[in-house]
Write a protein that binds this ligand. Structure first.
Ligand SMILES: [Zn+2]
Length: 76
């Protein structure tokens, strides 16, 4: 998971992802916080993978994510 933080600089706010400034300036901390889910979504690479359990293609959310949601729930 990317580490997101917000910094205020001279009256504008920026979102940092793992310490790197993301495009976009916000006029308040609240606006920057509201933008976080969108930034997070944009940063996350979406990979289609075949589930190791049932073989169904699904959107993998990360390197360790090899099972589709139904199979993951079944194993939990
Ligand atoms: Zn599966």
């Amino acid at each position: 998971m990317t580490d997101l933080s917000i910094v205020g600089l001279g009256g504008s706010y920026r979102v940092l992802a793992d310490g790197r400034a993301q495009p976009g300036h916000y006029t308040s901390a609240g606006n920057a916080i509201a933008a976080l889910p969108g930034v997070q979504r944009r940063l996350r690479p979406i990979t289609r993978r075949a589930c190791l359990c049932c073989g169904q293609a699904f959107n993998s959310l990360g390197r360790g994510n090899r099972l589709c949601q139904p199979c993951k729930e079944e194993m939990a």
